[in-house]
Design a protein around this ligand. Structure first.
Ligand code: SF4
Length: 184
């Protein structure tokens, strides 16, 4: 592998949420979590093959009940800061101590799905979550030095141009990077 070698890994398949527009909702009825020894094995493989940047493809990297042990394994593999890790997380579940541990485990940035702040649209697409907890999670990540990259979606049912402006203002207050997608 070359310098800055990049590797994609997977520690879970499927998602605990059920957003109506999502591929995972339609194709996976439950979540399959790969075992801790498996996670250990793929990290070992990544390290031994010179990976410097790792991206986990799991849709909600922090939703597993043994997430604390996953972080512990990652910390052990990353004790010399040899990996930069990128993940996708549920911000509502992130507190200050969790964010600090994520940073220690090598996580540099996390994609976070918000889609919209409009509660009617969120209910319609079955997007669970709580904006207060979401904000707490974003602040915890930022304080720990992890960059949150927030996904928002244009064209959701019941989301008007005014609603979209409100979502955009909310993210400006948070001061985060955004990625957009468009709902057909
Ligand atoms: S949280 Fe993300 S991955 Fe999970 S169902 Fe919703 S859009 Fe899909």
């Amino acid at each position: 592998m070359t310098d800055h070698a990049f590797m994609r890994l997977e520690s879970a398949r499927g998602c605990i949420q059920h957003c109506t527009y999502c591929f995972y909702t339609q194709h996976y009825k439950s979540v399959k979590y790969f075992s801790l020894p498996y996670v250990e094995k793929i990290l070992e493989f990544a390290r031994d093959n010179g990976a410097q940047q790792i991206s986990f493809t799991d849709p909600n990297f922090n939703d597993r009940s043994d997430f604390s042990q996953v972080l512990q394994i990652m910390e052990r593999f990353n004790d010399e800061n040899s990996f930069q890790v990128f993940v996708e997380c549920d911000a509502d579940r992130i507190t200050d101590p969790i964010a600090q541990r994520m940073k220690k485990a090598g996580i540099q940035a996390t994609e976070i799905g918000l889609q919209t702040t409009n509660e009617t649209a969120r209910k319609t697409i079955k997007r669970a979550g709580n904006l207060k907890k979401f904000l707490r999670g974003i602040r915890a990540l930022q304080s720990a030095g992890i960059e949150p990259v927030i996904d928002i979606m244009l064209g959701l049912p019941h989301d008007t141009v005014e609603d979209f402006k409100k979502t955009a203002s909310f993210i400006l207050i948070i001061n985060s990077r955004i990625t957009f997608s468009y709902s057909l």
